[in-house]
Design a protein around this ligand. Structure first.
Ligand SMILES: Nc1ncnc2c1ncn2[C@@H]1O[C@H](COP(=O)(O)OP(=O)(O)OP(=O)(O)O)[C@@H](O)[C@H]1O
Ligand SMILES: Nc1nc2c(ncn2[C@@H]2O[C@H](COP(=O)(O)O)[C@@H](O)[C@H]2O)c(=O)[nH]1
Length: 190
């Protein structure tokens, strides 16, 4: 059996990564979602083990020091990381896995898995990005300002990715990502 594809979806906060991932889950049978660990406090409605594995700083440090994370990054005051074993087991099982992670982490994954598929989700405009992150209603004004201030630098790293997809309409963005994955499965690899 051939290994699955490792797909990384990045983009600035509020661009719609989570929304697009949720929509893809209903459309792509062979796609598994990687649940990250984080020190961030849960938002209302978020469930441990579903949205994230919510960890204390000590628990997260233990995972870091014991090489349980494929990558990790500090982003706007919290730590986020990808549990390694789940990714490797999923790929071995022949299923594709999608990591919804920010850019520092994505670049670390690229060093370890250059064969991965790196997709950057772009907003139609910076004003629309601001409207989306504010409209979600989950962050304080200070956190929104901090996340928007790093968004411009994050977007500047789009050249490190294999594909850029504009999230103008959720269905259209999903179709483009599905098409990328289908094409990557058809690719003749050396
Ligand atoms: N194509 C779209 N058009 C309009 N609104 C959208 C679109 N995609 C996502 N949204 C909305 O934008 C907001 C942010 O989306 P989402 O939480 O998925 O972003 P994110 O990139 O996962 O953010 P973060 O990195 O902060 O977790 C949500 O309220 C969502 O409903
Ligand atoms: N490097 C990593 N980044 C991650 C991971 N899981 C999520 N993220 C990214 O963090 C920001 C903030 O997320 P939020 O849930 O607090 O809005 C966002 O860009 C996520 O994609 C991870 O395991 N590693």
């Amino acid at each position: 059996m051939s290994k699955g594809l490792l797909i990384v979806l990045s983009g600035p906060s509020g661009v719609g990564k989570g929304t697009v991932c949720n929509a893809l889950r209903g459309k792509m049978d062979n796609l598994v979602y990687s649940v990250s660990a984080t020190t961030r406090v849960p938002r209302i409605g978020e469930e441990n083990g579903v949205n994230y594995f919510f960890k204390s700083h000590d628990e997260f440090k233990y995972m870091m020091e014991n090489e349980q994370l494929l990558e990790y990054a500090e982003y706007v005051g919290n730590y986020y990381g990808t549990p390694r074993d789940f990714v490797e087991e999923t790929l071995q099982s022949g299923k594709d896995i999608i990591l919804e992670i920010e850019v520092q982490g994505a670049l670390k994954v690229k060093e370890k898995f250059p064969e991965g598929i790196f997709i950057f989700l772009l907003p139609p405009s910076l004003d629309e990005l601001k409207d989306r992150i504010c409209g979600r209603g989950t962050e304080t004004q200070a956190t929104i300002d901090h996340r928007l201030s790093v968004a411009v630098d994050e977007i500047g790293l789009v050249g490190h990715y294999d594909y850029a997809v504009v999230n103008d309409q959720i269905d259209e963005a999903c179709k483009r990502i599905e098409s990328i994955v289908i094409a990557e499965h058809c690719k003749v690899r050396g």
